[in-house]
Design a protein around this ligand. Sequence first.
Ligand code: TXA
Ligand code: MG
Length: 324
Amino acid sequence: MNPELEKAVSILRRGGLVVFPTETVYGLGADAHNPEAVKKIFSVKGRPQAHPVIVHISTLEQIEQWACAVPEAAYQLAERFWPGPLTLVLRRAAGVSDVITGGQNTIGLRMPAHHIAQALLAAFGNGIAAPSANRYGHISPTTAQHVFRELGDKVDLILDGGSCAVGIESTIVDLSAEHPALLRPGWISVQQLSATIKQRLVEAQVTSPRVPGSTTSHYAPDTKLALINAEQLTMVADKLVGEGKKVAVLARSEPLKSCAHIIWRVAPQSAAGYARTLYANLRELDALSCDWILVEPPPGGPDWDAIKDRLARATVGCGDEDFD
Ligand code: TXA
Ligand code: MG
C-alpha cells in the first residue's frame, strides 16, 4: 500500500482526522464507527452537534450496515450514479450512533468517485464520516491548499488529490419518507433522478437542521456578496468604487475597457466549468479584502440550478441563523 494511504488508515483506526479529496469537495473524515472520533469533526468545524454527517462507503453491501428498509429506488440510484456525486438519505439501521445522524432516524450515504477516496475507503474497509472540510458556514474546499489554510493545524493528515472535478457538493435525495425529495441540488439533476426511479421528486419539507445547507447563509465568503444583473454590473461596481469601496466582480463576460479599476474575474461559460471553479474563485476574491464581491447571475436551465442555489446562499441577507 502507498505509505501515505497506510498512514491515513492508521490515523483513522486510532480515532484521528484525515482530510481526503472527493470529486465534489474535500471531506473531513473520521471512522464512522467511532463516535469519539466523529465528535472531533464537529469541534474542528465548529459545527453544532445536531447536524448529521454523511457516511462514505465503498461497496453496495455496506448500505445495509447503515440503513434499513432500503427502498428499491435507492438501489436504482446507487447503480446508476455511484460512485459519484449523489448522497442518499435512508432510514438508519439499529445501532447507528446519534453522533452521526444528529439524533435523527435517517442516515446520509455516499460512494465517492475520486480514486483517492476510493482507495482510502477500500484500505480502511469501513465507513468514513465526512462533512466538507471547511469551518462551519464557510465555502467548501476544492483543493488541498484550501483545507491547509483553513484547518491545517487541526487535522492529522491532508491527502492531496488536486482540484475537485465537480466542485460543488453532492446532490442529496431523501428516500426515507413516502415520496422521494430533493434536499440539496447538485451536479446530478432532479431530471436525472426522476428518470432513473421513474417517480417525481417532491419539494423537501425543510425541518432545520435536517439539512443545514438548505435554509440560509451557507457556503459563504467573508466578503459581502451580491448578485447583480450583467446590464447593471459595471454601473453598480463604479458607484461602489466612487464611494471608496474595493470591489471584485465575478462575471461571465470580459470587462469593458472603462473597468480597469475593478478587479474582474471571468468565470467559465459552461455550467460544469463554472461549478468546478466557483469555490476557488470565491476564495481567491475573498482573500483580496474587498468590500464587495459582485456576481453576475448565471443563465437559466437545469444545469445551473445547483450553482444558483450555492450563489444564493453565499449572498448577503439570505439569513444567518443556520450555517454548516
Ligand atoms: O459532496 C458532498 O456531499 C461532500 C463530500 C465531502 O462528500 N460532503 C458534504 O457534507 O457536503 P456536509 O456535511 O458539508 O453536507 C452534508 C449535508 C448536510 O447539510 C447534512 O445536514 C446533510 O447532508 N445530511 C447528512 N446526513 C443527513 C441525514 N441523515 N438527513 C438529512 N440530511 C443529512
Ligand atoms: Mg458543508
